[in-house]
Design a binder for this molecule. Sequence first.
Ligand SMILES: [Zn+2]
Length: 423
Amino acid sequence: MITHAEIEKLLGVRAAVPTVLSLYLRVPHDPPALRSLSARADDLLAQAGRGAADDPDAIKAQDADRRIARRMLEVHAREWLDRTVAIFACGEPRLAETVVLPCAVQDRAVFAARPHVRPMLLAVQRFPGYHLAIIDRQHAWVFRIAGEQMDRMTLPAAEGARTPEFGGWYGLETHRENERVLQLARHHYRDAASVLRRVMHAAGPELLVLGGHRDAIPQFLAMLPDDVRYHLAGSFIADPHTTTPARVRDLADQVIERWVTARERRVVTQVLQEPPGGHLTAIGLHACLAAVNQRAVRLLVVPEGGIAAGFTCQRCGRLSRTGTDCPDWGAASLAVPDLIEDMVVTALDDGAQVETVRDPPGGVAARLRFTLAPAEERSVRRRSPKSGAQRAAAASSGEQKRPSGSQKRPSGSQKGSPGSHTR
Ligand SMILES: [Zn+2]
């Protein structure tokens, strides 16, 4: 299962120029169709990085990455039938990693200065790990679900409870490791709730799904401490003694899917819930760029697909469409293949919540922590005329003005420039 820690680790990989390849690809179901896969991969790989680097070294490095990715596909594609896989490749710093995603995402290949993680974040959001508790009048079983793994948790005996015993669920008797069934007598539900609380505390904050008899669920729910109930995604009715583990897993996954969908809808409502005259909502790419640049984002809602090319300033970190609207006027601009990715990473760095939805208002939207500074709002509304004026002002104050059309920083000069600094 993909975790936020794994994504963090990937984001720690950083090259000086856009030579980190991220390739996301759906591998077909049938082995004969694999031939079309390499053609599809070649198309994506050929399009990626085009125009992003005119430095011969970077071009060579990108070609080497393409070869690594093709080789990985050749060797492993048969292990990934009917799955979506992410391949990350880079020569310096060295990176060659594959991740199988739990869901289909849009095929894409991106060359950037670091791994492209938007599809990974989407996978974590749509397929979170969770706890599943199955309860009946005498027993409780707790599982931790992570990707395709379904592990039965060892339950410590609750205080005052009888010794936990093995037994019960026939389908699970063959299930590996530490099988232990709680058999509690009189205060069963209360004891089970306290045990579940301990198990969940130890694992960290995760969602909870309950399953069991129609009469058991409300009684058990009544015993759940508030801090456990807070994580409840929902419940389903099933007889633990006649339902197979596979069916139980399926029912639990459906609960999670409904919860995820409802949350995505809630997030969109939340971002749009601006009181009239309020200034805490940013809708559209320009407004959201301004918000991200001012570190004002509390919640960023981005689309599942799509890529918006732009620039990042290597001195002040400012993200923009043109690369010219910061005091450096493009002198330190580096082309980025996907501004939305950079907005996401900046927002996460700032502790903001980032959510991916199918169709965010305005293409991308944000809820802000504070009202944007007026200058920022002006620059968003009147970008073009102001850019010219400011560029002139910058030039007259001794700032070097780059010839128009060359905001894309030549990678060669960047590498040699002692003044440039990459994170
Ligand atoms: Zn700058």
